[in-house]
Design a binder for this molecule. Structure first.
Ligand SMILES: Cc1ncc(COP(=O)(O)O)c(C=O)c1O
Length: 381
């Protein structure tokens, strides 16, 4: 077996079933990710210049190793040239705000959008602000790399670095936005703040609808990287709408260092995690679930897996050096790492009810969003 894949087999993991999973039909509730919100996002985003569905790659060597029917990898590395699926969310929310202002006879030049980010969401907001002709203030925490900061500044955003973790950057963003009348464009929601993050998640559903079209059906298993849960909710909503109460195994994947979804699902209520150590999978480093995402994930997630960083570098190398090379950034390794580790542990694999007919979806949420780290890790100049 390939040495990089072999390294990933030994990744320590935890696996929990979601006690709150309740097989039900898609609720299609207004104010949540309803069909109207998904249709609107698809209509707008598919009309943007440069829109093309991102590739869904087959990984036959992984399917053979696991003894399942098919493993597919949704590859977001090239989404609108921004390097991650986040291009679909923040920029769409900024565009929606700009449309509202114009509909009221105002100018987008009066609008200032603000957000806290680990890098990718901020890049989308900065890009969206540049497209809409408004100002952007982007708050980052102490561990966000210089390359990620530079990418946001390149779109003309003002980037403000906070001494602390993601939650500290969000607190500073909220405080300054309230003081200056800026519009927060967050990818996470909290009580009383739903409209914008709902738009962000609606943008993500475009990716899930692409997957349904590319696959010609609903996967039996999906490995879903989770930070605040917006991505997972955005993927699940269209799958749930399509599959109804026969929705398959939706598996949340988090870092041990920021397992807020696992802790929340096991407790049955949103539960805060104080992040004391940062995972290499920067996009997953969030300590609090989005309450909008929570409403979708609580009844639909079947299992929660947590992993460490052991497989990040080996799997980035494996994706890069396979015959059909794939540019997979740090977060994009999480689903495959969890799958390989659980397969190597027979008991975990049994819990997932994999069969030779299973179709497993992996979500490659980012490409080389930190190009220096990517090059060093995969071993290219
Ligand atoms: C590359 C990447 N993958 C996954 C996630 C997780 O998405 P969410 O926070 O919506 O759960 C993020 C979030 O920043 C990300 O940047």
């Amino acid at each position: 077996m390939d040495a990089n894949l072999a390294a990933a087999l030994a990744t320590p993991f935890t696996l929990d079933a979601n006690p709150g999973r309740a097989a039900a039909t898609f609720p299609d509730l207004a104010g949540s990710l309803d069909v109207a919100a998904m249709d609107a996002a698809q209509a707008v985003i598919s009309g943007w210049s440069g829109y093309v569905p991102t590739p869904l790659h087959d990984l036959p060597e992984i399917a053979d190793h696991l003894g399942v029917g098919q493993v597919v990898y949704k590859d977001e590395a090239a989404r609108f040239g921004l390097g991650s699926f986040k291009a679909l969310g923040g920029a769409y929310a900024v565009a929606a705000l700009a449309r509202q202002i114009e509909a009221q006879g105002g100018s987008t030049a009066e609008l200032t959008v603000a957000t806290a980010t680990d890098g990718n969401h901020g890049r989308s907001v900065a890009w969206g602000a540049a497209r809409a002709g408004c100002a952007a203030k982007i708050y980052i925490h102490a561990h966000v790399s210089q390359a990620r900061e530079d990418a946001m500044a390149a779109f003309g955003a003002e980037v403000i670095r906070i001494d602390g973790n993601y939650e500290a950057s969000l607190a500073a963003c909220k405080q300054d936005a309230a003081a200056h009348g800026w519009q927060i464009v967050s990818d996470t929601s909290w009580p009383g703040y739903h409209e914008v993050p709902l738009t962000v998640m609606a943008g993500y559903t475009v990716m899930s609808r692409e997957i349904l079209a590319q696959l010609g059906g609903v996967p039996s298993h999906a490995m879903l990287p989770v930070g605040v849960g917006g991505l997972a909710a955005g993927i699940i909503a269209p799958l749930w709408q399509a599959a109804g109460s026969s929705l398959g195994h939706m598996i949340a994947v988090e870092s041990h260092m920021s397992a807020c979804m696992r802790d929340s699902l096991v407790a049955g209520t949103p539960t805060l995690v104080d992040i004391t150590e940062e995972t290499l999978m920067a996009g997953l480093s969030c300590g609090e679930v989005s309450d909008l995402a929570w409403d979708i994930l609580k009844p639909t997630v079947s299992h929660c897996v947590t992993i460490g960083d052991e497989a990040v570098a080996p799997l980035m190398r494996w994706f890069h050096h396979r015959t059909d090379a794939i540019e997979a950034g740090e977060c994009s390794t999480s689903g495959l790492a969890a799958l390989l580790a659980m397969h190597a542990d027979g008991a975990a694999w049994e819990q997932l009810e994999m069969t030779p007919d299973s179709v497993v979806l992996l979500v490659g949420t980012e490409g080389a969003t930190d190009p220096d780290f990517y090059r060093r890790t995969v071993g290219i100049a």
